[in-house]
Design a protein. Sequence first.
Length: 290
Amino acid sequence: MSQTPSHRWWPEHWTGYELLDAGDGARLERWGDYVLDRPDPAVIWPPSADVSAWNEADARFEPTAKTKGFWHQNGRQLPASWGLEYRSPRLHLQFKLELTGFKHVGLFPEQAVNWEYIAEHIGPDDTFLNLFAYTGGASLAARAAGAEVTHVDSIRQVVDWTRENMERSGLDGIRWVVEDALKFAEREVRRGNRYRGIVLDPPTWGLGTKGAKWRLEDQIRPLCETVADLVEPGGFIIMNTYSGISPTALEQLWRATLPDATIESGELCLRTVRGELVPTGSLVRVLNTQ
Ligand SMILES: C[S@@+](CC[C@H](N)C(=O)[O-])C[C@H]1O[C@@H](n2cnc3c(N)ncnc32)[C@H](O)[C@@H]1O
């Protein structure tokens, strides 16, 4: 029997954020001063913490449809938005958080694994591209390391949110692009532009600026082929997805796309305060591209 190592990565530097517990299809998380209880279908095991810890959450997300719902607040009124700090030996970033109707608060804390990787592997005057960039943790990490950063997301309000995160973090100079990520990437290939580092986190359903929808399974190959044409020789690509595509499948796709690259894949996780791992998505790193 032969085996290749399967990775599990989780962030290690959070102080403002803590995963207090996970169980029965939910996460109990501290986001700065506030504790939230929200659904996570990956959590199929029972909780470890006492039920009283869960009952003390400041707000609990009640789903009303597959991706929508509302927050039920438990006594203490939460502010419309509040701040969260990420501080590690390499990075000092600030984020604005808000309770959204999609169970999210404006940040995927496991992404700190990618921020650290980016900050370590990119430097001043390198070019960096963040596709499907959301509230921009990866863009901030690359900019903090001195890179020329292009941030692409098709939703203007999300880009405005990132601009606020950039300013809170004491950074500037990020290039904003509100556009369909694949269309932008194809245009960049035609223009002959190349990037030292590229991160992409495509959702299950892509949404263009004019509301046009595409399914990831239909776009994933053109997306990877285009990104492969955009990366500099010796550069890196980080792809992760929360769409249920396995790390092995992602790795195979990249092996077929860039056969000479060094590729590692695994699960992006969060770790509870007791040390239990909670899987959040699949991650692949494509390194030393030719
Ligand atoms: C899963 S989130 C990415 C999370 C991100 N990795 C992070 O660390 O915060 C997906 C993002 O893709 C954006 N998006 C959806 N369809 C898009 C498209 N066709 N082109 C560009 N961005 C798109 C959404 O607005 C959303 O911000």
